[in-house]
Design a protein around this ligand. Structure first.
Ligand code: FES
Length: 299
């Protein structure tokens, strides 16, 4: 058995669903509106917010641990360690809120690991609060011990956060492969007249499922599997942005993409949906994936 393969058992643990569901409901109660959720997901950045903001508390807590480990610690070092812990605790607020918002839009097995990640981080924060308290009353050794316990739990929480991202693809772009696996040339998607107006329709370009939206004479083609967590966009609903652009809302967690270019209107997705160029030739719809300049599609 490899050192960290036991972490793969966490997503296979159904009894975690009950507390995870309670946490998810609490998050939705606190963050019921879409706008703050979009901010916390990182839609405005075009990148998940959580992995960026966790750097500050992790860095501050690690630095406090290093200062606490110095052999000759005077008043200055003690104050530095306390200040670093305070910075870490303050910076944990945006990290916690953004992480909780991402957690609430995950699959069940992701939420199981997310719950354990949250508990580890919760114990870490409690340890740091105790550490500050004990330092304030002169119990320096207990304060340092609590700080190191906090650092240990921060590391455990970070390990599970990495597992969530790398093994369970939480926050990763689930449509990233489309420009590589879609055919390199124009592909037939069927007769234009057979497409219902303003109703998303599933077709396949080679092996790649795509969603086609006909809007009058205009045609839009996007990859069908949502960049957030692979939801089927052809089962989604059509809406219009404030500027009047047609959009598709994912049926799984409500991400909204502009069909003209796949850009994200609302999260939880932060990565745009891969798009296709579309045309009609002799009454037949054809599409070709928009691939990266200089990188051929189809391989
Ligand atoms: S799969 Fe989550 S919003 Fe589409």
């Amino acid at each position: 058995m490899r050192p960290f393969s036991a972490l793969d058992r966490i997503p296979e643990t159904p009894w975690l669903d009950k507390p995870a569901s309670a946490l998810r409901k609490t998050v939705f109660k606190l963050l019921g509106r879409r706008k703050p959720r979009d901010v916390l997901h990182g839609v405005w950045l075009g990148h998940p917010l959580h992995p960026m903001v966790v750097q500050v508390p992790v860095g501050a807590f690690l630095s406090a641990g290093v200062v606490d480990a110095l052999p000759h610690r005077g008043r200055g070092e003690r104050r530095a360690a306390e200040s670093l812990i305070r910075v870490g605790l303050l910076a944990s607020l945006p990290a916690t809120l953004s992480g909780a918002t991402d957690f609430a839009h995950g699959h069940e097995e992701q939420q199981r690991t997310g719950l354990v990640h949250a508990v580890a981080n919760g114990i870490a924060l409690t340890s740091y609060l105790l550490s500050l308290r004990w330092r304030a009353v002169g119990a320096e050794r207990a304060g340092r011990a609590a700080g190191w316990a906090g650092l240990l739990m921060t590391t455990a929480g970070g390990l599970m956060g990495g597992h969530l991202s790398y093994h369970q693809s939480t926050g990763a772009n689930h449509a990233d492969a489309v420009p590589h696996i879609a055919p390199d040339g124009w592909t037939d998607l069927g007769a234009f007249d057979e497409l219902p107006d303003r109703i998303p329709t599933r077709r396949t370009a080679g092996e790649v499922p795509v969603v086609v939206l006909r809007d009058g004479t205009a045609l839009h083609v996007l990859a069908d599997r949502c960049s957030h967590a692979s939801g089927p966009l052809h089962q989604g609903t059509v809406s219009w942005s404030a500027e009047g652009s047609p959009c598709l809302e994912c049926p799984w967690h409500g991400s909204v993409f502009r069909v003209s270019d796949g850009s994200v209107e609302h999260g939880p997705a932060t990565a745009p949906q891969p798009g296709f160029h579309a045309r009609v030739v002799d009454g037949r719809v054809q599409a070709v994936v928009r691939h990266f300049p200089g990188v051929p599609a189809g391989g």
